[in-house]
Design a protein around this ligand. Structure first.
Ligand SMILES: O=C[C@H](O)COP(=O)(O)O
Length: 193
C-alpha cells in the first residue's frame, strides 16, 4: 500500500522501493489510499510521483482518489477527484503504453467517509462520480483511455451491497478492505455474475 520514491540515489532506510517489491514477486501496489493522504499527509504531487515511479519500475498501480465528508457536503466531490486525478495524469507521459498496451493502471474511487465506516455510497452516488471520472478521462486523456480504464469503487463494500453497485455501468470492480477477510468475500468476487 505504499512505496518510496527514490530520488538522487539517496538512501531511505526503512522504506520500501518498487524494486524491492518486484524482487519478492509483488505485481500491484495501492497508492494514494486515504490513510496515506490524510494520516501521513501525502500530497497529490507526492502520490503522483509514486505512481510514476512505480509504473516506470514495472509495478502495476491501483491509484486511489476520493473526497472527505466535508468536501462532499460542500459540493466539492468532482473538484477534489478531478484535482487528484489531474496530478497523476500530469506525471504519466504515456497513458497509451501503461494503460492500453500494458493494462497497468486502475483508478479506485474511495470516498473517505465510506472507508471502514459501514456507510457505503449509494449505487447512484458512486455511479455519478464514476461517470464523471470517465468523462474527465475522455476530455483530458482520450476516448480510448476513457473506455478502457478500470474504475473500481471502494468503501464498505459487502456481500449485501455488491450486486447493486456492480450493476452500475461505470463501476468496473471493487477495492475491498474489511469484507475481504470474511467468507462472504466470494460473493463480492462474483458480484457481476
Ligand atoms: O483499504 C481498503 C479500502 O479502503 C476499503 O476498505 P473497507 O472495504 O473496509 O471500507
Amino acid at each position: 500500500m505504499n512505496i518510496v520514491v527514490l530520488k538522487h540515489y539517496l538512501s531511505f532506510l526503512g522504506e520500501i522501493s518498487p524494486a524491492m517489491l518486484k524482487d519478492i514477486g509483488v505485481e500491484w501496489v495501492i497508492l494514494g489510499h486515504s490513510e496515506r493522504r490524510h494520516v501521513f499527509c501525502e500530497s497529490d504531487e507526492l502520490i503522483a510521483d509514486k505512481v510514476k515511479h512505480a509504473l516506470e519500475t514495472g509495478l502495476k498501480v491501483i491509484a486511489c482518489i476520493g473526497e472527505t465528508l466535508d468536501e462532499r457536503e460542500a459540493g466539492k466531490t468532482e473538484e477534489v477527484v478531478f484535482r487528484q486525478t489531474q496530478a497523476i495524469k500530469d506525471k504519466i507521459t504515456d497513458w497509451y503504453v501503461y494503460l492500453l498496451q500494458l493494462n497497468n493502471v486502475v483508478i479506485a474511487y474511495e470516498p473517505v467517509w465510506a472507508i471502514g465506516t459501514g456507510k457505503t455510497a449509494t449505487p447512484q452516488q458512486a455511479q455519478e462520480v464514476h461517470q464523471s471520472l470517465r468523462c474527465w478521462f475522455e476530455s483530458n486523456v482520450g476516448p480510448d483511455i476513457a473506455n478502457s480504464i478500470r474504475i473500481q469503487y471502494g468503501g464498505s463494500v459487502t456481500e449485501k451491497n455488491c450486486k447493486e453497485l456492480a450493476g452500475q455501468p461505470d463501476i468496473d470492480g471493487f477495492l475491498v478492505g474489511g469484507a475481504s477477510l470474511k467468507p462472504e468475500f466470494i460473493q463480492i468476487v462474483n458480484a457481476r455474475q
